[in-house]
Design a protein around this ligand. Sequence first.
Ligand code: SF4
Length: 496
Amino acid sequence: MEVINLGVTDYNKALDLQREYIQSVQSGRSFGRLILLQHSPVITIGRNGSKENILASEKILKEKNIEVFEVDRGGDVTLHCPGQLVGYPIINLAMNGKDVHKYIRNLEEVFIKLLKDYNITGKRIKGKTGVWVRAASGKADQKIVSIGIGVKHWVTFHGFAFNVNADISYFSLINPCGMKNLEMVSLSKILGREIDFFEVREQVVKYFAEIFGIKTINGFPEWIKRKATYNHNFKKVNSIIEEFKLNTVCESAMCPNINECFSNGTATFMILGNICTRSCKFCNISHGTALPPDKEEPERIASAVKKLNLKYVIITSVTRDDLPDGGVEHFVNTIKKIRSLNPNIIIEVLIPDFKGNKESIESVVRAKPDVISHNLETVPRLYSEVRPLASYSRSLELLKTVKDFNNNINTKSGIMLGLGETKEEVLELMKDLRKVNCDYFTIGQYLRPNKECLPVKEFIPPSEFEKYKIIGLEIMNFKSVNSAPFVRSSYRSYNG
Ligand code: SF4
């Protein structure tokens, strides 16, 4: 059974996804799927529910940006919010005994077992669905997991909502499950600390597999699956790269866009070899001891650019902490050679941080590329895990330094989502970029290039990328924001 780990997802998008998966399970194309995600605050009313159990006025709900959905599941009113693990198992009960009650009891069992790992006694209450925990003596039990399911031709949908780090105060807006005075609780509230959400999610999957007696694998949402299509240009670009003995980040980083970009006659050249002196945990490029710079490489790149008839070229490099100048001279030579052979070309350089060396940064600026790009890659909290030898503040300072030296050069930065960052952290990062006058911003989905790299924590739905784009353009005033799952910092840069 495939487990699809998504990030914060709009409620209606999750409904669409469930409908799609129900069809594939009903038709036998898929054995079953377990969708795990979080929702922005949203209230749902089940088949047995009533609007009377929403205590907040429409005005308050509007102010808090909380939508209300009437949905086709059992149960009354409930609420979803970030920090709550929502699971939608799409399972064919016809292959599992056609027993809806047993299915619900099994779902409850997943959490009763999991809570035991935290020395918490989870319990059922007769005649009600969900999982409760014993409150201090004299007080009513508190609900920690809500369950409300739908079944269509024996295929299940909707599912469970487990309060991990959820802000319980949201539940004061409703009578949860239609029960007055029902107290909700979260794992973090019981334990008095923030819980590692992704760790708990893994435990849920583990007990789900154990109790339902199934094997699970991590799957990809449909928007990450692409058919490999390419045209005659692919071969042409490849043969020019080979002819001039060049490296591209497209190949070295196993970029998922390689078919498209090569077919469009473009590639991003990677100078200074193909061995990096750093060991970022998201990157496919080999790490180790690098060779001295190849003095002929700038000339060959310029010739390849001419032969490819590029109007826009991006030059990047591995990080060369072993070289006294970080490889800046090689960058400068490459820019000069490209310009002299291709006078009208637009040149973008995607540079390493040169350990923050201002002289090196100034040298690149003086070579006058049109765009200087430097990727932040992820939010500062995740740097030690994702980019252990880099520094968030140093990277920001680099972008600022470029502008200090020459305000006319456009700067650009990019990040990957799906490494465990929160939306708030992404928005803070975007603000940080605007504070240093960064002009262009790119956001894409992190995809694990090999088993040594960090796993994908969650797949961010395309609609969330679209929201970042709108915020970036309309509120933060970036000159351009390229935001979609397959965006990489060099993706379709020629489009501006
Ligand atoms: S997105 Fe960039 S790195 Fe990826 S294939 Fe295209 S040009 Fe190469």
